[in-house]
Design a protein around this ligand. Structure first.
Ligand code: ATP
Ligand code: MG
Length: 397
């Protein structure tokens, strides 16, 4: 009997389906989590009822994935996904089944699932179906493919990433034959959309064992994104010590990859993985700051960095730098930001218009603004309109 029990609205859906003569079970991740005493993130229900029948029984439902037999049912204002037992045809593109057919059989439905721990069904009346030994594997902390691992990874290459992600999240080992199959089938990862790889990598980076991201690399799963693949990467625990923030962890990951010669350009790597433009910009700049051997020491140096790369990137570099270089960057940066001292043209006490009135224009005007900005970064007490105007006049004369 699982250690966690499904909430009432989920039990209601199951019981309603059963009362109408259909089989209905909880399946997938929620059973795994329940057996481990964890609260599941979502509740997936599998049923012998066809999608139209599910929608008829629950008028307050939405056909959210009819192609795959999925209907989202609303019960007591909560949502659960109800999917018809199904089997999948061949996977010619290593990503999606060519066809899906609805079958009246729970075991067939469980056999299409990725890992034994995710192929257990349970109904709250105590009925448990575990045709692939998932409960025993959960007890042994093992991730084992359902059926022949090589074939399962040939069908859907994303499963190889899921294996590593579950291993990092649950602290489970990947079973030997499943692991060997990943090594062999890793080249099929080229068929996976970069966005899906990015999402898997990010989930690992933000999980409890972010260093497992290097297992993806060691297994060859990221080869099409790297220029070289080292056998072993030891991050010295730096990823784990970072706050669970995507920008921090991506930056640190990129810096480590650069240090190991796995990538030539942070920007290219992240763009290829389809990270959003802002994240790419921040991570690229933060990585650049971190890979520069000269560390900022004085407030002026911090202000120059802030001016060049922006607050987000410098803050990200400071957080990572404290972990990667055992620095005291965050404290120094905080003091500079708190001082309110000027580090950008936006906060300079004179504007381009002021300088135009002094007769400056074009390139000279631009150069003068930069000169004044550099001056006030060094002498913040002089960021005053009259002083800067007379300085500009004096310099010009
Ligand atoms: P999480 O807690 O991360 O949501 P989960 O096990 O619920 O974990 P989902 O991606 O929500 O994972 O998928 C639900 C279930 O669908 C899985 O438990 C598994 O049985 C099945 N499944 C999902 N993706 C695949 C896949 N690529 N191949 C085979 N079965 C899959
Ligand atoms: Mg889930």
């Amino acid at each position: 009997m699982p250690a966690v029990y499904p909430p009432k609205y989920v039990r209601n859906i199951l019981v309603t389906l059963q009362a109408r003569g259909h089989q209905a079970f909880l399946v997938g991740g929620c059973i795994r989590d329940m057996l481990m005493g964890r609260i599941p993130q979502d509740w997936d229900i599998s049923t012998s009822a066809l999608p139209e029948q599910v929608m008829e029984i629950f008028p307050d439902s939405e056909p959210t994935g009819l192609k795959h037999g999925t209907v989202t049912v609303k019960m007591n204002s909560r949502l659960a996904e109800v999917t018809t037992f199904r089997s999948e045809g061949a996977y010619s593109d290593h990503r999606h089944p060519d066809m899906v057919s609805f079958v009246g059989d729970l075991t067939t439905d469980l056999s299409r699932r990725d890992f034994t721990m995710n192929a257990i069904a349970f109904s709250p009346d105590g009925l448990m179906a575990d045709p692939f030994g998932g409960v025993a594997d959960i007890e042994k902390h093992l991730i084992r493919a359902v059926g022949e691992p090589q074939l399962r990874f040939e069908e859907d290459a994303l499963r190889m990433f899921r294996a590593v992600r579950f291993s990092s999240r649950l602290g489970f080992e990947i079973e030997q034959k499943t692991l060997e199959a990943i090594r062999l089938k890793a080249p099929l990862a080229v068929n996976i959309a970069p966005e899906r790889i990015r999402d898997e990598v990010q989930k690992i980076l933000l999980g409890p064992a972010p260093e497992k991201v290097f297992q993806l690399i060691e297994l060859g799963l990221m080869d099409s994104y790297l220029v070289s693949r080292p056998q072993l990467i030891d991050d010295g625990g730096s990823l784990t010590r970072l706050p669970k923030k995507a920008l921090n962890r991506w930056t640190c990951f990129c810096v480590l990859l650069e240090n190991y010669g796995c990538i030539d350009s942070v920007e290219e790597f992240l763009l290829k993985l389809k990270l959003d433009k802002r994240s790419v910009r921040v991570c690229r700049s933060a990585a650049k700051i971190l890979t520069d051997p000269a560390c900022p020491q004085t407030p002026v140096e911090w202000k120059r960095l802030l001016n060049k790369y922006g607050v987000d990137a410098v803050s990200c570099a400071a957080v990572c730098g404290d972990r990667l270089r055992d620095g005291n960057y965050q404290k120094q940066l905080k003091a500079v930001l708190k001082s309110g001292e000027c580090f950008s043209l936006k906060h300079l006490a004179v504007t381009g218009k002021d300088l135009m009135e002094l007769g400056l224009c074009g390139r000279d005007l631009g150069e003068m603004l930069l000169f004044l900005l550099d001056y006030v970064m060094e002498f913040p007490q002089f960021n005053k309109r009259e002083i800067l105007l007379s300085l500009a006049q004096g310099t010009e004369e």
